[in-house]
Design a protein around this ligand. Structure first.
Ligand code: NAP
Length: 287
């Protein structure tokens, strides 16, 4: 029978573990770990993401602040705010919700977050440490994918993982993470993207297929081998307003040995790893 990898349930379990550690930290240091969220403009999806992340912080006993800036904010104004947050001792982690308006260079903003507060794991120091095999803050979605596999006792070691999508926030760091030497790694990784020829020829060879491209029901039943594990990262809106992943779930679940649903799969795991990273940031800053 196909195993449904329930990210919502695992997120609850892991958040309870994090809450206990937050309580310990708060008792020891007289200070609650805190996440500063920066939201520029009125993107409705970004507003929902930030609201959910802040709500989760509150539930776990962390502090959270929202810096809501108008869509007309200049790059200098945003850099000025980040400089303040970087030196604020109350702020353990900084989250700049992407995408940013066109007048702002995203990479300049990502670079400006203090490395010890880079809880999204997107900055050059975090990515450099991951590449070197000595990670500090892992990007939250790849980290959540690794955890859902590990905690469900799905073997990664020695397996062939095919990742469809090579973005800086999902596909690329996930490849680095799963090919690391050691626990939760040791996979042989193939990365596909929009210029890859014959993606199905690669996905049908995989033990684990991860799809992160943002295209509804891209991965069909004939694109995996029977018994493969399938991880669906996509979050797409169908014309009737429902959420759908990048995997044709109903058809693919019939042949997969395990599969993540959308919603309730990788989404809740991503938020959980952000909370984990925020606590780790507080611990690092006070060690
Ligand atoms: P992105 O930055 O737009 O990158 C998409 C990647 O997919 C690119 O590498 C692109 O290739 C590749 N691609 C696009 N169409 C393709 C096709 N037909 N065949 C093969 N490759 C194709 O997207 P992202 O930020 O990584 O997000 C991907 C999806 O995951 C989105 O639906 C997003 O909403 C979702 N997401 C979910 C979470 C979560 O927490 N669950 C977190 C982050 C993202 P090129 O590089 O060649 O253009």
């Amino acid at each position: 029978m196909t195993q449904i990898l329930d990210g919502k349930l695992l997120a609850q379990t892991m958040q309870a573990e994090i809450a206990a550690k937050v309580a310990d930290f708060t008792q020891k240091h007289g200070l609650r770990p805190g996440l500063a969220a920066v939201l520029v403009g009125e993107n409705p999806a970004s507003q929902v993401y930030v609201r959910n992340k802040r709500k989760a912080c509150d539930q776990l006993g962390m502090q959270s602040w929202l810096h809501q800036l108008p869509a007309t904010t200049s790059q200098d104004e945003l850099l000025h705010l980040l400089a303040q947050l970087n030196t604020d001792p109350q702020v353990s982690g900084i989250l700049v919700q992407l995408p940013l308006p066109k007048q702002i260079d995203e990479s300049a903003i990502i670079d400006a977050v203090a490395p010890l507060k880079d809880v999204d794991g997107f900055g050059p120091v975090s990515l450099g440490l991951l590449t070197a095999g000595t990670p500090r803050f892992l990007p939250c979605t790849p980290f959540g994918i690794q955890q859902i596999l590990v905690r469900n006792k799905i073997r990664i070691d020695g397996q062939h993982v095919v990742i469809v999508g090579r973005s800086n926030i999902v596909g690329k760091p996930l490849a680095l993470l799963l090919m690391q030497k050691g626990d939760g790694g040791n996979a042989t990784v193939t990365v596909c993207h929009s210029k890859t020829r014959d993606i199905a020829a690669l996905t049908t060879q995989a033990d684990i297929v991860v799809v992160a491209i943002g295209q509804t029901h891209f991965l069909t039943r004939d694109m995996i081998r029977p018994g493969a594990v399938v991880v669906d990262v996509g979050i797409n809106r169908t014309p009737d307003g429902k959420l759908a992943g990048d995997v044709d779930f109903d058809a693919v679940r019939e042949v997969a040995s395990a599969i993540t649903p959308v919603p309730g799969g990788i989404g809740p795991m991503t938020i959980t790893m952000l909370l984990h990273n925020t606590l780790q940031a507080a611990i690092l800053q006070h060690s």
